[in-house]
Ligand binder design. Structure first.
Ligand SMILES: *[C@@H]1O[C@H](CO)[C@@H](O)[C@H](O)[C@H]1NC(C)=O
Ligand SMILES: *[C@@H]1O[C@H](CO)[C@@H](O)[C@H](O)[C@H]1NC(C)=O
Ligand SMILES: *[C@@H]1O[C@H](CO)[C@@H](O)[C@H](O)[C@H]1NC(C)=O
Ligand SMILES: [Zn+2]
Length: 453
C-alpha cells in the first residue's frame, strides 16, 4: 500500500480501489470463480490520457556522474520518484553518438543496425556514410517505425535516424522536425509539450526528444571544465521545464519519462598519443589504409590483385603492429591493441558487418592515435572508446506508472531499452539484441501500482 502513495493521489486511489473492486466483482460474477491468490488487475490509471505514453529524452554526452557536479533538482526528482540504473547506462561499442542513439532506438548492436561509426567508409563498396539519410545505411527497426507500423503515433525531435523514411514511417513534417541545432532547447521542450494539448485521440503514444548538450562543452573543454557544469545545469533546467509543463497539464504521473544519454566523456590530450609512424621499423602503414584513427582505429589494407589471400596478409599486419606496440619502444604503445575484427572480444559485438574495416585497434582510455607529429597539441574531451570504461557510461532514469519509485537497478546495456518501450506501449517488438526477460527487471507488471493484495 505504501507504494501506491508515491504514485497516486488519495482521491484517485480511492477511485481506483472502487474500480478494482467493481472489476473483480464483475469478473467473479462472470466466471463464477473466486481465487483469492490471483492478482487483481486494474485498468490503466488514467485521468487525462487513455493510453500509455512514453517520452524519451536524450542528453548527448551526459556522462554518468555529471548529476553530482552541481545541483540538479529536476533530474534528482525523476531519480527519487523513479527507477535508475544505479551505476549508469552502458553504451554500445563504439561509444559514439550515432551508433548509440540508433542502438537505443532499435535494440540492435551497431554491427546489426548498420551505423557502425558516426562516419565511415564501407570497405567493400567504398561508399561513404557521414550521418546522411539514405535509407540503405539504416538497418533494423527503430521504435518510431515499430510504433507507426502498428498504428501508433510517434514524434521524433532530432533523434539520429528519425528523418529516414522506413515502412509506415514517413517523418511527417509536423511530427518530425528537420534537424537544426540552432533551435534552442526550450523551444524543443515547448514543442514537445504542445503535442499534449492536442485532442486526447491525437496525442502521440511515443515521443523522442534530443538535446545536443552537454556533449558540445565536454568535447570543447573536457569533462572537468566549469563550462560543462554550466551545461549540466542548463539541461537540468530543461528537464524542469518538461516536468512543469506536464504538471500544468496534470499528466506528469501518467507519462512515462525515460531520461538517458548516449555515452560519457573523457579528457584526452595530445600528450597521450600513439603515432603510427613510430611503428615504421616493424611495418609501414600508409595513411590511405586508415579509415579512422581514434578513439577507434580502423584499417582497411589495400592489397594488389597479385595478393592471393588478403585475410592472411591482414593477419600479418595485425601481428606486426602488435609486436611493435608491445616492444616497449613505441611511445604509449602498450595502450593500443590491434585485432582482426573477427578476433575482437565477443562482448563488443563488433564483427558481423561488412561495413566494419578488417582491422580494428582498441585505443586505451583517453588516448589519441595520429599518423605523425604534425598538427596541434592540446587537450579536449572525447568518447568512442571501449564501453568497458566507466567514463563512457551515461545515465538512465525511468519515471511514470510502470517504473517503481526509488528503485535502483544494476547497470545495463542500452540495447535493452527497445524492449522496455515496446512493452510499455504494448507493441510487438521487432527482433533485437535485448533480452525479453529484461523488461521484468525494470518494469512493474501492468497495473501493479494499484494492485490490491
Ligand atoms: C534553424 O533554426 C533557427 C532558429 O529557430 C532558424 O532561425 C533557422 O531558420 C533554422 N534553419 C533552417 C534551415 O531551418
Ligand atoms: C602527417 O600526417 C598527415 C595525415 O594525418 C599527412 O597529411 C601529412 O602529410 C603527414 N606528414 C608527414 C611529414 O608525413
Ligand atoms: C542481434 O540481433 C540480430 C537481429 O535479431 C541477430 O541477427 C543477431 O544474431 C543478434 N546478435 C547478437 C550478438 O545477439
Ligand atoms: Zn553523443
Amino acid at each position: 500500500m505504501a507504494k501506491i502513495k508515491h504514485v497516486l493521489s488519495p482521491k484517485l486511489f480511492l477511485t481506483l480501489l472502487l474500480t478494482v473492486a467493481a472489476t473483480a466483482a464483475a469478473a467473479a460474477a462472470t466466471n463464477g470463480l473466486d481465487s483469492p491468490s490471483s492478482k487483481i488487475r486494474r485498468p490503466w490509471p488514467f485521468k487525462k490520457l487513455n493510453k500509455p505514453v512514453v517520452l524519451m529524452i536524450s542528453c548527448d554526452g551526459f556522462r554518468f556522474g555529471y548529476q553530482f557536479k552541481t545541483d540538479t533538482p529536476n533530474i534528482d526528482l525523476l531519480i527519487s520518484e523513479g527507477t535508475e540504473a544505479k551505476s549508469g547506462l552502458i553504451p554500445v561499442f563504439p561509444t559514439m553518438t550515432f551508433p548509440n542513439h540508433y542502438s537505443i532506438a532499435t535494440g540492435l548492436y551497431p554491427a546489426y543496425h548498420g551505423i557502425i561509426m558516426n562516419s565511415f567508409t564501407d570497405p567493400v563498396t567504398g561508399d561513404k556514410f557521414n550521418k546522411g539519410l539514405d535509407p540503405k545505411w539504416w538497418l533494423g527497426e527503430p521504435l518510431w517505425v515499430t510504433a507507426a507500423n502498428q498504428g501508433r503515433k510517434a514524434v521524433t525531435y532530432f533523434w539520429p535516424g528519425s528523418e529516414v523514411p522506413k515502412d509506415s514511417w514517413t517523418c511527417p513534417k509536423e511530427y518530425c522536425p528537420h534537424f537544426n541545432l540552432s533551435v534552442p532547447l526550450h523551444e524543443r521542450v515547448d514543442t514537445v509539450l504542445s503535442y499534449f494539448d492536442l485532442p486526447v485521440s491525437e496525442i502521440p503514444d511515443f515521443l523522442m526528444l534530443y538535446f545536443d548538450e552537454p556533449d558540445k562543452e565536454g568535447h570543447d573543454y573536457g569533462p572537468d571544465d566549469p563550462r560543462v557544469t554550466a551545461a549540466v545545469s542548463k539541461v537540468d533546467t530543461m528537464i524542469g521545464r518538461v516536468i512543469e509543463g506536464l504538471k500544468k497539464r496534470e499528466i506528469f504521473d501518467e507519462v512515462h519519462i525515460i531520461l538517458l544519454g548516449d555515452h560519457g566523456m573523457v579528457t584526452n590530450c595530445d600528450l597521450k598519443t600513439i603515432y603510427i609512424e613510430d611503428l615504421a621499423d616493424w611495418i609501414k602503414i600508409p595513411a590511405d589504409w586508415i579509415y579512422a584513427y581514434s578513439p577507434v582505429l580502423a584499417i582497411n589494407p589495400k592489397w594488389g590483385d597479385d595478393v592471393e589471400n588478403p585475410g592472411e596478409k591482414n593477419a600479418e599486419v595485425v601481428a606486426k603492429m602488435n609486436e611493435a606496440l608491445s616492444s616497449g619502444k613505441v611511445e604509449n604503445g602498450e595502450l593500443l591493441q590491434v585485432y582482426l575484427k573477427e578476433k575482437l572480444p565477443e562482448r563488443l559485438h563488433y564483427s558481423e558487418s561488412s561495413r566494419i574495416a578488417p582491422i580494428i585497434g582498441m585505443v586505451g582510455e583517453g588516448l589519441v592515435v595520429r599518423q605523425n607529429r604534425t598538427g596541434v597539441h592540446e587537450c579536449y574531451g572525447d568518447h568512442g572508446y571501449d564501453n568497458k570504461y566507466f567514463s563512457m557510461r551515461s545515465i538512465f532514469v525511468g519515471h511514470g506508472p510502470r517504473f517503481r519509485s526509488g528503485k535502483k537497478v544494476p547497470s545495463f546495456e542500452n540495447v535493452q531499452i527497445y524492449n522496455v518501450v515496446a512493452e510499455i506501449l504494448g507493441l510487438r517488438p521487432a527482433s533485437n539484441n535485448g533480452s525479453s526477460l529484461f523488461t521484468r527487471n525494470i518494469l512493474s507488471p501492468f497495473g501493479t501500482t494499484g494492485e490490491v493484495e
